[in-house]
Write a protein that binds this ligand. Structure first.
Ligand code: FES
Length: 152
């Protein structure tokens, strides 16, 4: 019998009976019922599944759960609640940056990671950070406004 994988997610320790090679995204969604990371491409290219691992943005669809063992995983649920959104979440709400919303959680996590690394990034730095997060609705203007607001 494979021993359970031990994870710390949003500050909570848990043990999941997943095969070590299972994508972290699937464990988060299916085993831990954290549905904020989305399945988009499954290839590490769209950013919909972005979470933080030790504070750094990571694409959970291509990371085996075993690689996250012993590290701090943060999903959007870990940034705030519906009643008390975190500052980055609040900026995206204020700017009504979502259209369909599918990409948005990944966008927020990417901006959050940037702000943890650099609390005062330039517009160019934000643009470059979000360059590989795809939005098919084309709400890039609002997303950039939200990211700039999150800096303030
Ligand atoms: Fe992970 Fe697209 S679903 S990068």
């Amino acid at each position: 019998v494979t021993p359970p994988i031990r994870l710390t997610v949003n500050g909570r320790e848990c043990a999941v009976p997943a095969a070590p090679g299972t994508a972290l995204l699937h464990v988060l969604r299916n085993d831990l019922e954290l549905n904020s990371p989305k399945y988009g491409c499954g290839l590490g290219e769209c950013g919909a599944c972005t979470v933080l691992i030790d504070g750094v943005a990571a694409r959970s669809c291509v990371i085996p759960v075993k690689a996250a063992q012993g590290r701090a995983v943060t999903t959007l649920e870990g940034l705030g609640t519906r009643e008390h959104p975190g500052p980055t979440q609040q900026a995206f709400i204020d700017c009504q940056a979502a259209q369909c919303g599918y990409c948005l959680n990944g966008m927020i996590m990417t901006v959050e990671a940037l702000l943890r690394r650099n609390p005062n990034p330039t517009e160019d730095a934000i643009r470059s950070e979000l360059h590989h997060n795809l939005c098919r609705c084309g709400t890039h203007v609002e997303i950039m406004q939200a990211a700039m607001r999150a800096v303030q």
